[in-house]
Design a protein around this ligand. Structure first.
Ligand code: SAH
Length: 349
């Protein structure tokens, strides 16, 4: 047996690879190895989730942001963005539509918008929980204090998505301005975990200056943090950012990493991201066949969707929520899976 196959087998039996082994695997995997890896990851996901795919309704409620991340289309310095924020009523409207379409998780995502105070966020969480007590709320609103995270949790927020973006300090510095630090990002993740949230970390595949070593550091950090969710998707350039002319991440590398993560954390909730569906027409389906088990279609009002452009050519920006739901239902049924009406919580094994 080749060394790469041995390493895939090691992953399969939950052995942690060393840094050098991971690098060897990432550098030497052949196309056939990659197919074997995807197949093993798919089998692992099916063993745990059968053919069920969980779905989350994504509500992009503000594109105002005080940060200036070099990769992101809604960074503060991008003056071409038409900014918007949804009112509480508009957010609840998205939930109402989503609930009737079968969503039982709402993800509130936004830029870091100082206009929403903690009290505002608390009110929104409580209103959603009051109207839809059988639904989970996921927040994805960036770096906050331990105190804020705690009060959101106590008000009923169940999960929090905060990608670490890269686990390497110098790489982090190449993607972010000086006022942002990896140390704080990581601290936030540990705080969230300790408070009791189901936590999602993750990174962009093929982000500018990312090396294989960086990816290995990401994998080892994820093993250490052991989050309940891991969001990875390809980096895609946005034309009005400093990274406008950089290459996008590839489908192949994203799929390989989804599979590796599935084998490393078998019961993790792993989305086939919109970014993956953007670089390849059937990217999300391919993600599922490589071990992903979550999709996160957009529930934002059609009128604002184009304005939440983190990267170029984002899919589904013109469709109504119901169309997205029907389209995904069909796509997922086509590959032999089923979108389920379920909160889709993390379950320890
Ligand atoms: N403000 C929140 C939400 C960020 S948007 C926060 O700080 O967590 C969600 C994710 O989109 C980011 O974490 C980043 O990994 C991803 N993203 C941003 N720009 C991108 C790009 N150009 N290509 C691909 N993914 C991108």
């Amino acid at each position: 047996m080749t060394v790469t196959r041995e390493l895939i087998n090691k992953l399969k039996v939950q052995e942690v690879l060393t840094k050098d082994e991971f690098i060897y695997l990432l550098e030497r995997m052949t196309k056939e190895d990659s197919e074997v890896l995807h197949e093993e990851a798919k089998k692992t996901a099916q063993r745990i989730f059968n053919n069920k795919i969980y779905t989350r309704g994504l509500i992009e409620f503000t594109n105002y942001c005080k940060n200036d991340c070099y990769y992101c289309g809604i960074r503060k310095s991008n003056l071409c963005v038409e900014r918007y924020r949804l009112t509480e009523e508009e957010i609840l409207d998205c939930c109402r539509v989503g609930y009737h379409l079968g969503f039982r998780t709402f993800v509130l995502q936004g830029g870091e918008d100082g206009r929403y105070s903690d009290e505002d966020i608390l009110r929104i969480i409580k209103s959603i929980k009051l109207l839809y007590p059988d639904c989970a709320i996921t927040l994805s609103i960036g770096e906050k204090s331990h105190e804020s995270y705690l009060c959101f949790y106590e008000a009923g927020a169940d999960r929090y998505l905060l990608r670490h973006e890269t686990a390497n300090v110098s790489h982090y510095g190449k993607l972010h301005p000086e006022n942002l630090s990896l140390a704080n990002r990581k601290q936030c993740l540990w705080d969230l975990k300790k408070i009791g949230y189901q936590v999602g970390a993750g990174f962009m595949v093929g982000s500018p200056y990312q090396t294989k070593e960086n990816i290995v550091e990401d994998l080892l950090f994820l093993k250490d943090l052991s989050p309940q969710m891991v969001g990875i998707g390809p980096f895609i350039p946005h034309h009005d950012t400093p990274f406008a002319t950089y290459q996008a991440g590839t489908l192949e590398q994203t799929l390989d990493l989804i599979s590796i993560l599935r084998l490393m954390i078998p019961n993790a909730l792993l989305p086939a991201t919109t970014a993956l569906g953007t670089i390849d027409k059937t990217g999300r389906e391919k993600g599922i066949l490589a071990g992903a088990n979550v999709v996160m279609p957009n529930l934002s009002p059609t009128g604002v969707r184009k304005k939440y452009a983190l990267y170029d050519n984002k899919i589904c920006t013109g469709d109504e929520a119901a169309e997205c739901r029907a389209c995904l239902d069909r796509r997922i049924a086509n590959i032999g899976y089923q979108l389920v009406v379920d909160r889709g919580d993390f379950k320890p094994i």
